[in-house]
Design a protein around this ligand. Structure first.
Ligand code: UDP
Length: 425
């Protein structure tokens, strides 16, 4: 009997990337058939990393790799500390006390005991599970994949985490400006979206209507939407201010939709700080229903992502894929997605955001042109197959340099990088 449960495959991307790219990726996958890869992060739900991993691990499996995903477990104080570390990597000050370090390291130790990370490749995402490398027996390359905006980390966090980071065999970040003077090969892979997920798949107009009606979103005026975890770096208060300025000139409704990731303890506080701003035309809503988020990104006249720091910002590509123009903060990964004035707008202040909002809301032709250009930008650059292929190339590089001839990578690494290597199998 044929299963009705299907996962998307590289072949499904053919209409978007063409047959040659599909063939090329399949051939690269074949070289790595059966290789085990474990992705490790700190939450199965909420935020871009979980979103990417839910698609990436299945796409790797569809290709024949033995891909797994583990989320580490820790008490609330652990997540309080790691959120401070996340903020510090994005430039906020931090006071790293001995007790904080002890809790952080203990949780990694306990998770290393609880799990076996004996895969051919281990990819550790973000700072939360970073010290795992210290407590696990490496059987193959370990890769640290950092998704945050690390252009200007606080010195204290930088020095502390460097001790762990340099135990990895490679670091991947989302932009060249996030690279740091670490004695580890550093690569840049930008994140990407899954066009077949519930969040991004095509939705018939009737379904969009039904989703919006179900949640009581008024559609009589153009919708301005921001979809984001409730996080201060996403500047939800700035979005409301920009909206209030713009609506003096053009009528519209704002929908701020958000969720709280299980590894982000600051979310509820940010959410509560917004409740006083609710009114008829300012809706603050929960985004746990991804079809609803999909419908909103499609129906919005304009999507905002007015972040103050943003490692990448998947929500930008998600909206652009749906042909919705985005006004994004001129920061981090957003700058690689939006070409200012062509497929959206980049802004550096509330006033600029309000000005671009008025321009877009008063010009349907401009919205349509930018929306089409936005779709094309994502098709060419930000679909999951491109990201997958970068992982395959990286693994292929390790196969040649490390797995078959481990001494070759040793020669490539700078003196004293201190990476302990165990020849696999
Ligand atoms: N998201 C969602 N519902 C919400 C808020 C966010 O489904 O209420 C999704 C959003 O569509 C995106 C991801 O969560 O896929 C957030 O990723 P992004 O890279 O934009 O930001 P992060 O949360 O990782 O900083």
């Amino acid at each position: 009997m044929q299963s009705r449960h299907v996962i998307s495959t590289v072949e499904d991307y053919e209409p978007f990337i063409g047959p040659q790219a599909v063939e090329r990726i399949l051939a690269k996958g074949k070289q790595l058939t059966g290789r085990s890869v474990c992705h490790v992060n700190s939450t199965y739900f909420g935020g871009g990393v979980a979103e990417i991993l839910s698609s990436m691990t299945l796409l790797m499996r569809a290709l024949g790799l033995d891909a797994e995903w583990r989320a580490i477990q820790g008490p609330p104080d652990f997540y309080g500390i790691t959120k401070k570390m996340h903020n510090a990597l994005q430039g906020a000050p931090i006071r790293l006390t001995d007790i904080k370090k002890e809790i952080y390291e203990d949780v990694a130790f306990q998770n290393a005991l609880r799990n076996r990370f004996d895969h051919d490749y281990v990819v550790v995402h973000d700072p939360q599970p970073l010290p795992l490398v210290d407590f696990s027996h490496k059987r193959g390359p370990w890769i640290w994949r950092c998704h945050v905006d690390m252009a200007n980390p606080s010195q204290e966090i930088f020095e502390y985490l460097t001790g762990y980071i340099e135990k990895y065999d490679a670091v991947i970040s989302s932009a060249v400006e996030y690279r740091q003077p670490w004695r580890v090969p550093q690569l840049v892979f930008q994140p990407a979206i899954d066009p077949f997920s519930i969040l991004n798949r095509e939705l018939p107009e009737g379904e969009v209507e039904r989703r919006l009606r179900h949640y009581g979103v008024p559609t009589d005026l153009p919708l301005v939407v921001q979809v984001s975890r409730f996080d201060r770096w996403k500047d939800p208060h700035g979005v409301i201010e920009a909206f209030q300025m713009a609506r003096r000139k053009v009528e519209c409704t704002l929908v701020l939709v958000g969720n709280v990731a299980t590894d982000d303890p600051e979310g509820p506080q940010v959410y509560e700080s917004l409740l006083g701003k609710k009114e008829d035309r300012v809706l603050i809503m929960s985004g746990e229903d991804t079809s609803f988020v999909n419908a909103l990104q499609r129906r919005a006249a304009v999507v905002m992502q007015k972040s103050l720091r943003e490692g990448f910002g998947l929500t930008v590509s998600e909206a652009m894929w749906k042909r919705t123009p985005v006004i994004g903060g001129n920061v981090g990964g957003i700058r690689y997605q939006i070409d200012d004035g062509e497929n959206g707008f980049l802004v550096s202040s509330i006033e600029e955001a309000a000005d671009r909002l008025v321009r877009l809301l008063s010009d349907e032709g401009l919205r349509r042109r930018m929306g089409e250009a936005a779709r094309e930008k994502v098709r060419q650059n930000f679909l999951m197959t491109r990201y997958l292929e970068q992982y395959l190339d990286l693994m292929d590089g390790f196969e040649a340099r490390y797995r078959l001839r481990p001494e070759t990578l040793d020669r490539l690494m700078p003196e004293g990088a201190g990476v302990e290597r165990h020849a696999p199998h």
